[in-house]
Design a protein around this ligand. Structure first.
Ligand code: HEC
Ligand code: HEC
Length: 216
């Protein structure tokens, strides 16, 4: 893929993102969201920090993530374009307003530390290369080119991935490879994940988990 085609795709994507954002704008209320989040703490924990479970189903940190991004994810899970079998029973019962409320609640919680990525220095360096510079021999674009400076996210379309648990990042890349997650605009992530080896996935997940989620 040439960089020209990627940039063209991004233009379309940003246009589409704005259009759909206007259609589903429901104002969330963090206080109501706290009450509705009572069943979420079993996995995402009381501080929204989630948990890294190496080799298992890691629970993502939700604290400090973009609210509109989480709204989209919860709708995608309900619709099935993102498979999350263990979470589904808890999300299925939420209506649109409750989805906006829980997302508002988690987005204003302070960011917690990420865990995981028990890898050697060589793997970490490989992870840093992929995240910041990509690997043109493997047709892997740098993560930063979409996920933004510091891989800390851009708007509601490109989520922050720095400071997220390594186990969760790995699981998502495998989910895209295997088609269990197919909710990304224009298959942007699916295309990248399918070009990555298991070693590269572990390396980039470990490096990203070692980075700060925000500059604050
Ligand atoms: C049984 C454990 C469990 C419970 C309970 C649970 N979740 Fe999750 N949640 C998960 C897992 C696992 C994932 C990752 C799913 C995947 O692999 O795609 C996830 C992902 C998410 C995401 C996407 C985060 C991202 O960065 O894309 C959001 C948002 C979320 N959960 C919100 C909630 C809310 C709100 C509740 C309560 C109503 C809830 N979860 C209850 C396990 C759980
Ligand atoms: C061409 C743009 C693009 C590039 C390059 C890119 N991503 Fe993404 N990524 C996205 C988009 C868009 C989403 C949100 C998908 C959605 O709406 O569910 C995403 C989501 C993710 C998520 C899920 C985050 C969450 O909390 O749900 C992970 C993990 C991720 N990307 C990892 C990576 C890694 C690692 C790289 C570099 C190897 C990378 N991405 C490169 C566009 C990109």
């Amino acid at each position: 893929m040439t960089s020209k085609r990627i940039l063209g795709g991004l233009g379309l994507l940003l246009g589409a993102g704005l259009a759909s954002g206007q259609a589903v704008a429901i104002e969330g209320d963090a206080e109501r969201g706290e009450a509705a989040a009572g069943t979420c703490v079993a996995c995402h924990q009381a501080d929204g920090g989630g948990m890294n479970i190496p080799g298992g189903e890691s629970w993502p940190r939700l604290a400090g993530l973009d609210a509109d991004y989480m709204v989209k994810q919860l709708h995608d899970v309900k619709q099935g374009s993102r498979e999350a079998p263990t979470m589904m029973p808890f999300v299925d019962g939420l209506d649109d307003q409750q989805i906006a409320d829980v997302s508002a609640y988690y987005s204003q919680l302070p960011v917690t530390d990420a865990e995981g990525g028990d890898v050697d220095a060589e793997m970490l360096a490989r992870g840093e290369q992929i995240a910041l510079r990509g690997d043109w021999d493997e047709y892997i674009v740098s993560c930063k080119s979409c996920h933004g400076p510091g891989n800390q996210g851009v708007g509601s379309t490109f989520p922050g991935i720095a400071g997220q648990h390594a186990g969760y990042i790995e699981n998502q890349l495998h989910a895209w490879q295997e088609g269990r997650r197919a909710n990304d605009p224009q298959n942007l992530m699916g295309a990248i994940a399918k070009r990555m080896s298991d070693e590269d996935i572990s390396a980039v997940a470990a490096w990203l988990s070692s980075q700060p989620a925000t500059d604050e």
